[in-house]
Design a protein around this ligand. Structure first.
Ligand SMILES: Cc1cc2nc3c(=O)[nH]c(=O)nc-3n(C[C@H](O)[C@H](O)[C@H](O)COP(=O)(O)OP(=O)(O)OC[C@H]3O[C@@H](n4cnc5c(N)ncnc54)[C@H](O)[C@@H]3O)c2cc1C
Length: 801
């Protein structure tokens, strides 16, 4: 075994091997994979091998699509045989909301570029003569996806990697991993040590144990999953074409053909559980199956028999029962781990056979080129912090498993694993009818429901619409108050704090105390990585805010840019400070009653900050907001939030103060054409493509200079859309003259202007004001046109009032 290599991948399942192959394809060939048993001897060997295209996320669809395009070609590419079955699929819908979902995914299929159509129940028999169509409203038919033998693709990718120079060490358990003083990693194995620049945790069911050696929290649960294969059936032997894979919400199962028999895998909607009592498997666990629990899954098998009576006609040939890794949001973990650089996660996959190829390709791009060509945010392991404990992960993974074929409506979340992080105002807001959503473990109010009924989640506008209108208009016409304590917050202190922030940021850092700036971190290639609001509190003290979901991610973005010897201390103070947003034309009147600080415009202009006493509480008053009105953010000790909140609510009574949540904030920011990190601003785009040039005051990275000369590849535009009963959610295709020319990134209804608004990236040749497009919303083409930014208060007069 080598003693030094560029990359060590721990784990030889489909995820680890898929990455190894793609690292080699990207040109990194001094790489090694270490497997304790044989390749595929973890979860991979016993998987059912389905590779679906149907998916509600555009980025995940790209991952899936890459796999289904790669696997049929692997034999030609590597010389190793692969049994690809491109039989297509049918995703059934049994409710109107599921039909809406199929329609949304239809738009995704157009953007991703795979063949798919929505068909009615009467057409289903044409593709699947044995399926009973009771209760079915529609089906999404995919044409070129299918299933594959998991060991075939893994071994083929291993062969391909070896041919390019990668080494694979089997029967060699990794015992420990340690960070070395030079920033490299030492991997301790049964056969000796190996040092490397990058280490990748692809240890499948053991990934949390492997992560714990270096202090990493890896939120996975090993769920028990089973499928059943019947003896061959004459009907299927006689059938000329293979049946498509069916995914059925009624039986909550996948149903397909396997060697002329039927294969059925139910995802129980109750009684699912983790393997091994929540403990990791034994180290000598290899190519084993778990005892089956046929009795337990019987209710779903009975429903599957109603859907596919053929299943009941044949004897059972085998029952496969094994562990499937699951994360709380059902999406695998792939990307840098929080903390020291060059530790990568590549694990937690529950559809890993389908995803192994694409997941490997895009992580390899990230490792080799500093970014992937798709937005990796939803895979980034840092979307979970330490709040995602073992118990939380197990509880939510069980819920997620129960909902595998459930149709989540937009904004719908599990109601288990909640209440992990709460601001000190939680109970007060709850009493006011707050409808909370979980964000990075926090409970954050979306809107306030006076009816007590809660949100009726839907793909169309729902019962929140009217209440949100009242909240948004209160901010525009009077004054609103919001708890935005979820912000990620960092103190950057030290002699070199200014030069450090100024060196790493695209915008100029304020040179005067009290100055505020919105600024971005770009990667080496000039793409957008982070967005931060920076307030200069003193010459050597800066207060940095960013998105709630970016707390660990942005801590890394800052700390990874520190140079040795720089006198800078970065501290995460997220939990220490609460944040209130007071905004609206009467915001000054309300706040002035609670502080002696002079709030007049000359004394306290827009984009400045001061430390002041608000009802006796030392508060950072920051004159900035994301809603585009006169207003202040109040940053104060979390424990003292209630007294200041009560004082503001009391003082605001006479001015019609109203609480507002993130739904109203989205409406207000859309009217102000404020772009969002993660939707408009991602590592897929340059600042000038996002229309953010004015925030770039520095020399562009050299990689960007060439691009600036060539001009943008895509350009962000601000649209008014003729929507009627729903607004754009992002990832809707945008057409011009019948051709797709772009896609939406986010949208919402502007209540003060009475218009449905959206952002979209389009062909840069089509960015003239007034240019008309068709946006496909739930399969309907709705007219849209480019409007000038911003539709509300374009001169910022209200902000500066
Ligand atoms: C019954 C069942 C059906 C499934 N059906 C499908 C399907 O139809 N489609 C689909 O896409 N997915 C399916 N899956 C899911 C799929 O099997 C997994 O998502 C996938 O195999 C995960 O791959 P992996 O590489 O992450 O993990 P694994 O395959 O478990 O690989 C991890 C490897 O790491 C090794 N390892 C761990 N620790 C160490 C160490 N310390 N040193 C050295 N080596 C180590 C292990 O030995 C193991 O080989 C199914 C799963 C089950 C259980």
């Amino acid at each position: 075994m080598k003693s030094h290599t560029r990359v060590v991948v721990v784990g030889g399942g489909v995820m680890g091997v898929g990455l190894l192959y793609h690292l080699a394809l990207e040109g990194w060939t001094d790489i090694a994979l270490i497997e304790k048993g044989e390749l595929t001897s973890g979860s991979t060997w016993h998987a059912a091998g389905q590779c679906p295209h149907f998916n509600g996320s555009l980025n995940m669809t790209k991952v899936h699509l890459y796999g289904t395009q790669l696997y049929p070609k692997l034999e030609e590419l590597t010389g190793q045989a692969v049994s690809w079955h491109g039989c297509g699929g049918l995703r059934l819908a049994t409710t109107d909301e599921e039909v809406n979902w199929l329609k949304y995914v239809y738009g995704i299929s157009k953007l991703a570029g795979y063949e798919g159509e929505i068909i009615g129940p009467s057409e289903i028999k044409q593709y699947h003569p044995y399926l009973e169509t009771f209760g079915i409203k529609a089906a999404f038919r995919t044409v070129t996806d299918g299933h594959v033998a998991p060991a075939d693709i893994t071994n083929a990718m291993a062969t391909g990697a070896r041919k390019l120079g990668a080494e694979i060490y089997r029967r060699n358990r990794v015992l420990d991993i340690k960070l070395l003083p030079n920033g490299e990693w030492r991997v301790f194995t049964e056969q000796g040590n190996i040092d490397c620049e990058h280490v990748v945790n692809a240890a499948g069911s053991y990934c949390d144990v492997v992560g714990s050696w270096t202090g990493h929290n890896v939120p996975i649960a090993n769920m028990l999953h089973q499928y059943i294969i019947t003896e061959p059936l004459q009907e299927l032997i006689d059938l000329k074409q293979e049946l498509p894979v069916v995914r059925d919400p009624y039986s909550h199962a996948y149903l397909r053909e396997e060697t002329n028999g039927v294969l059925i895998g139910p995802y129980e909607t109750a009684t699912a559980h983790t393997c091994w009592d929540g403990q990791p498997p034994r180290w000598d666990y290899e190519s084993e199956l778990e005892p089956n629990e046929l009795e337990r899954i019987m209710p779903w098998l009975e429903k599957a028999t109603e859907r596919l009576p053929l299943f009941g006609k044949a004897g059972i040939k085998s029952i496969i029962s094994g562990a499937i890794t699951h994360t709380p949001d059902g999406v695998y973990l792939s990307g840098p781990a929080h903390g020291p650089k060059n530790y990568w996660m590549h694990c937690g996959a529950s559809i890993g056979i389908c995803q192994g190829g694409g997941a490997g390709k895009y992580l390899a791009q990230w490792m080799v080129h500093g970014q992937a060509e798709i937005n990796m945010r939803e895979f980034d392991p840092r979307r979970f912090g330490n709040w995602a404990t073992k118990d939380y992960t197990a509880e939510v993974s069980v819920a997620d498993y129960h909902h595998m074929y459930y149709c989540y409506k937009p904004a719908e979340q599990h109601d288990v694993g909640r209440g992990l992080r709460k601001s000190s105002l939680y109970d007060r807001l709850k009493n006011e009818g707050a409808q909370f959503a979980q964000i990075f473990g926090w409970e954050r109010a979306r809107w306030f429901d006076k009816s007590g009924k809660g949100e009726a989640y839907s793909f169309r506008r729902n019962n929140a619409f009217k209440a949100v209108k009242a909240e948004a208009l209160a901010v525009r016409e009077h004054v609103g108050l919001m708890d935005l304590s979820t912000f990620a917050k960092f103190e950057v202190k030290g002699k070199d704090a200014f030069t450090f922030l100024d060196r790493i940021h695209a915008n100029k850092i304020p040179s005067k105390n009290g100055g505020i700036v919105l600024s971005h971190l770009l990667n080496e290639n000039g793409f957008i990585e982070s967005e931060m609001t920076i307030t200069r509190l003193a010459d050597d003290h800066f207060y940095v805010l960013s998105a709630a979901a970016a707390q660990d991610y942005d801590y890394d973005q800052l700390s990874w840019r520190l140079k040795p010897g720089e006198n800078v201390k970065i501290t995460d103070v997220t939990d220490d400070f609460g944040v209130l947003v007071l905004a609206g034309p009467r915001a000054r009147d309300v706040l002035q009653q609670c502080t002696n600080e002079n709030l007049s415009n000359p004394a306290f202009p827009w984009l400045t900050a001061k430390v002041a006493s608000v009802r006796g509480v030392t508060t950072r008053l920051v004159r900035v907001n994301y809603v585009g009105e006169l207003g202040w953010e109040l940053h104060l000790p979390m424990a003292q939030m209630p007294e200041v909140f009560d004082a503001l609510m009391e003082a605001g009574k006479q001015f019609g103060i109203q609480l507002f949540g993130t739904y109203a904030m989205n409406s207000l920011r859309m009217e102000k054409s404020y772009k969002g990190w993660g939707s408009e601003l991602t590592a897929e785009v340059y600042m000038f493509e996002a229309g953010m040039d004015r925030f770039c005051k520095k020399e562009p990275p050299s990689a960007l200079e060439e691009r600036l000369l060539k001009g943008p590849r895509i350009q962000l535009v601000y649209l008014e859309v003729d929507n009627t009963d729903s607004d754009c959610m992002g990832n809707e295709p945008v057409y011009h003259d019948g051709k797709i020319v772009g896609l939406t990134t986010s949208g919402g209804f502007g209540h003060a202007v009475g218009k449905s608004l959206a952002f979209a990236y389009v062909d840069p040749k089509l960015t003239t004001m007034g240019t008309e497009f068709d946006v496909m919303v739930f399969t309907e083409k709705r007219k849209a046109r480019i409007i000038a930014e911003s539709i509300w208060d374009p001169k910022n007069e209200r902000l500066k009032a």
